[in-house]
Design a protein around this ligand. Structure first.
Ligand code: 5GP
Length: 209
């Protein structure tokens, strides 16, 4: 009975190193009916990143063609690279009633707000402190010192957009943050307007069914 539901578009934004990837992976592993939106990017893969799983790694020409052909739901320049959300897989998942997770920045969140605000849930993840953020970036050890200091200076700019989000989680302890994230998803799924099955259900209910 409880099947007909609109899929949520769950946007997770944060400065680099706030623990978003860990939270996203855990959320996906605990929810079968959820898909990750895989972005296209012009940045080079980091060690361990897999094309088609972490990103679709494309060159600038291919990225421009995708823009021209309207293949992106949103796209933006972040740091020195281009990032964009391919439209097709998102629409397919939503049609199947699946929730879609977007790991995108504030620019992408703004664009999605204009394009699809009804299905959108925007969550911002904050680090407990800037020192902790830098520590996490360094322990990841995948970027050079120069890239890390650039990312640190960009973090403040990303954080300045926190108030544009529906929910804010301070990720001090990952277990707590995960419980908070799960609570948000459950509450959003239970919103009346998203439970399309309720109308016929209540009709049957009052008829004594
Ligand atoms: P990274 O290079 O560390 O994987 O990502 C850098 C930033 O780009 C992160 O804040 C991430 O959320 C953002 N990002 C990744 N994919 C997209 C996308 O498709 N659109 C937008 N607007 N931002 C993205």
């Amino acid at each position: 009975m409880k099947t007909q539901r609109r899929g949520l578009m769950i946007v997770l934004s944060s400065p680099s190193g706030a623990g978003k990837t860990t939270l996203t992976r855990q959320l996906l592993s605990e929810n079968q009916n959820m898909a990750m939106s895989v972005s296209a990017t012009t940045r080079r893969p980091r060690p361990g990143e897999v094309d088609g799983r972490d990103y679709f790694f494309v060159d600038k020409n291919a990225f421009s063609t995708m823009i021209e052909e309207g293949e992106f739901l949103e796209h933006a320049k972040v740091f020195d690279n281009y990032y964009g959300t391919p439209r097709g897989p998102v629409e397919e998942s939503l049609e199947q009633g699946k929730d879609v997770i977007f790991d995108i920045d504030w620019q992408g969140a703004q664009q999605l707000t204009q394009a699809a605000s009804d299905d959108l849930v925007k969550i911002f993840i904050l680090p407990p402190g800037m020192q902790e953020l830098e520590k996490r970036l360094r322990s990841r050890a995948q970027d050079s010192d120069e890239v890390i200091s650039k990312r640190m200076s960009k973090s403040e700019a990303e954080i300045s957009h926190w108030a544009e989000y529906d929910y804010v989680i301070v990720n001090e302890e990952v277990e707590v943050a995960m419980a908070e994230l799960t609570a948000i998803v459950i509450a959003e799924r239970l919103k009346r307007k998203r439970q399309l099955w309720l109308n016929p259900f209540v009709k049957t209910l009052v008829q004594g069914g």
